[in-house]
Design a protein. Structure first.
Length: 202
């Protein structure tokens, strides 16, 4: 597997972060089932750089998606709010529309109801992170609009600044978390893991 990358740089100092879109799956055991969830990007105050962190979907969004699937159209409610509990952890650079089956979705709701801690850094494990929102400032530039680097500058992604590198040989890594977001294990995805998703509909 090969993957792309981007450069995130500070416009006030020489900080540069080369973000490699490494394939990662986060998994958590909930009872006899396994819930798979996503990651996003944020500033880790402990690592003092951009890191991958857990992406915790909003419970109301999950419940709304579940209701949308299991109820007839005429009975579907309109959600009062789909704002994320932890602030601005909006999807970044990738679509996060949920594509699993109903049983997976129900398990994700059970997991999300039991998960009370904020997202953790996938590198150092801290929850001391700053969620960031990106805003386009030109045709090719995004700025982290709610974050200032320690130098006072802003972090910018410039897509014209193509690092020109594709990284090859990536294996999909699996990060196993407990229900509180503590890293239990990091391993490579194995073929038999695919069976985990083959759950019956109910
Ligand atoms: Zn700086
Ligand atoms: Zn960290």
């Amino acid at each position: 597997m090969s993957t792309d990358s981007i450069i995130i740089r500070c416009n006030g100092c020489d900080y540069r972060h080369h973000e490699i879109f490494a394939p990662i799956t986060i998994k958590c055991r909930v009872g006899d089932d396994i819930v798979t969830y996503d990651h996003t990007t944020a500033w880790c105050n402990q690592c003092a750089t951009i890191r991958y962190i857990e992406f915790l979907p909003d419970l109301a969004e999950l419940q709304f998606e579940y209701d949308r699937r299991v109820r007839p159209l005429s009975a579907q409610p309109i959600p009062k709010s789909v704002d994320c509990k932890f602030g601005s952890s909006k999807p970044l650079l990738r679509s996060r529309r949920y594509g699993g089956n109903i049983k997976d979705l129900k398990n994700r709701i059970i997991w999300r109801q039991a998960r009370h801690t904020p997202p953790h850094c996938l590198t150092c494990g801290t929850a001391d992170i700053t969620l960031v929102d990106y805003e386009a400032i030109s045709g090719s530039e995004l700025i982290l609009k709610n974050f200032r680097h320690s130098c006072g500058g802003a972090l910018v992604i410039d897509y014209k600044e193509d690092p020109g590198i594709r990284f090859c040989g990536f294996k999909k890594s699996v990060v196993w978390m407990d229900i509180d977001g503590n890293i239990l294990d990091v391993s490579e995805e194995k073929d038999e893991d695919a069976e985990v998703y083959d759950l019956p509909e109910f």
